[in-house]
Design a protein around this ligand. Structure first.
Ligand SMILES: *Cc1c(COP(=O)(O)O)cnc(C)c1O
Length: 470
């Protein structure tokens, strides 16, 4: 064994203690560190030949790189839809590495049985029935890709061909219909060979909405003259957190043949809150469902879950058995269900968080985040230089400048807000108007954070008025 490696083995408990000390220090100061760093990262150094040892690596990391890491796990990082990591999930994540299990199959370890228990808990959390089976993947994009891969196989079944054997060409052109799909749907369609341009955007409801017009969807399906299709329903759009009427869409199956995939990446968490659960009414009727976990469950990257009612088709797509051995039977190992073969036990951090806080604890996070978004919405509406672009439906505040919300001025607002180090919001264009989104999904965020975010927005928009851009 390399002497430095042997030395680290001897000193492993001390090394873990040092890493723990750094992590504890960083997490204790997370709320007060700048939310983002806009300065450039240091230049690269060469590959070390003689290693520094783990303690040396820790020192160099703390010195050179840690100072530029963002506070995205903290309470006022409101860009995209970004959760943090609950205390229990961090502990679970550390142990995932310490145990270093391969979650591809059950041979010789109980690890995959733990993943199955976690999936069953999540299914219950989101109000899905036992007909849905699930597996962990790396994120909502991967989850959407798996769901649409099963949809693709289902289209083959309807048309009497096997896509997993004969290839996607056997299908001919495929119709994918959606109201306000997330950008990752186009990516998934590209990966799956279905084609980004086969995604047809169906009109949305009038009146500042992102939810699909179900009558328009009905008409679009009628236009297919019986050709089976894929419908991607959106349960929580990223701009304004609008929800498709899932029940009404599912009811269209009485007259049309389609696979219903629901992208509920963060919107599925509405199911935890009695006041908001109606937004995902009908989720169980989906043929496949995507839910992100590194967002609103507040577990570390990278974790999401995918659910489907057709595990048989999922196995047809993803099975890794030799053809002459036939398809796996009974409860298939995860190796036969997702794109990976070897895989990290990413269920463990979620298991820890669900065991530690239960559905009540996670409901409290969702409800608090929604209340804080409402509070910021009220605050923004009361600021002269700002206005809301849409009502606050769940956990996102979509806002812009009251006067001349040009791209240039809104970009300048975003830069000024980020430069304050107080908060971070990401840009969007909504109903043709450039704006910013503040998304609440972090377990740490409190009322005082909303006050600081609002103050940063007021200051930044005030600076704009004194020196207008463009
Ligand atoms: C975040 C998000 C995705 C993509 O999630 P990743 O975890 O970044 O892959 C897909 N759909 C919706 C609605 C999202 O909010």
């Amino acid at each position: 064994m390399h002497p430095t490696l042997a030395d680290d083995l001897d000193r492993l408990p001390a090394l873990l203690q040092s890493a723990r000390d750094l992590a504890a220090r960083e997490l204790a100061g997370l709320s007060e560190r700048p939310v983002v760093h806009l300065d450039t990262a240091p230049g690269r150094t060469g590959l070390p030949a003689g290693g520094a040892g783990a303690e040396g690596a820790l020192e160099r990391f703390a010195e050179r790189w840690a100072p530029g890491f963002s506070g995205s796990a903290g309470p006022r990082y409101l860009g995209f839809v970004t959760g943090g990591a609950t205390p229990a999930s961090v502990a679970g994540d550390w142990l995932t590495s310490a145990y270093d299990q391969n979650g591809s199959g059950s041979a010789g370890s109980w690890a995959t049985a733990l993943e199955r228990e976690t999936v069953a808990w999540l299914r219950e959390l989101f109000g899905l029935g036992e007909a849905h089976s699930g597996a962990f993947v790396t994120g909502a994009t991967a989850s959407n890709t798996v769901g649409l891969a099963v949809a693709r196989e289902w289209l083959g079944e309807r048309l009497g061909v096997s896509v997993s054997r004969d290839g996607v060409a056997a299908l001919g052109p495929v119709d994918v219909l959606s109201g306000s799909p997330h950008s990752s749907i186009g990516k998934a369609l590209s990966v799956l060979g279905l084609g980004r341009d086969r995604l047809r955007q169906v009109p949305v409801l009038a009146g500042n909405r992102e939810a699909v017009d179900v009558d328009a969807l009905d008409a679009a399906l009628t236009g297919l003259r019986g050709r089976p299709a894929i419908v991607v329903a959106n349960a929580g759009t990223v701009n304004t957190v609008d929800f498709d009427d899932l029940r009404a869409i599912a009811a269209l199956k009485e007259r049309h043949e389609f696979w219903l995939h629901v992208d509920a990446a963060f919107g599925a968490f509405a199911a935890l809150s009695p006041a908001h659960a109606h937004l995902v009414d009908g989720l169980d009727a989906a043929d496949s469902v995507c839910v992100d976990l590194h967002k609103w469950l507040n577990v570390p990257y990278d974790a999401a879950v995918q659910f489907t009612r057709r595990r048989d088709l999922q196995v047809a797509v993803f099975h890794n058995a030799s053809p002459y051995l036939g398809l796996p039977t009974g409860e298939p190992d995860f190796v036969h269900l997702t794109p990976e073969n070897s895989r990290r036990l990413r269920a463990l951090p979620a298991w820890f968080s669900l065991m530690a806080y239960g559905s009540d604890g996670h409901r409290e996070i969702v409800e608090r985040n929604a209340a804080l978004a409402r509070a910021l919405g009220v605050g923004v509406a009361g600021v002269e230089g700002l206005r809301l672009l849409a009502p606050v439906r769940l956990n996102v505040v979509c806002l812009t400048l009251a006067d001349e919300p040009t791209q240039e001025r809104v970009d300048a607002l975003a830069r000024a807000v980020a430069a304050s180090g107080e908060t971070f919001l990401t840009p969007t264009v909504y109903a043709g108007v450039p704006g910013l989104r503040a998304a609440f999904s972090n377990w740490r965020t409190a009322e005082e954070d909303v006050e600081r975010v609002l103050a940063a927005l007021v200051t930044a928009s005030g600076q704009l008025e004194r020196s207008p851009v463009g």
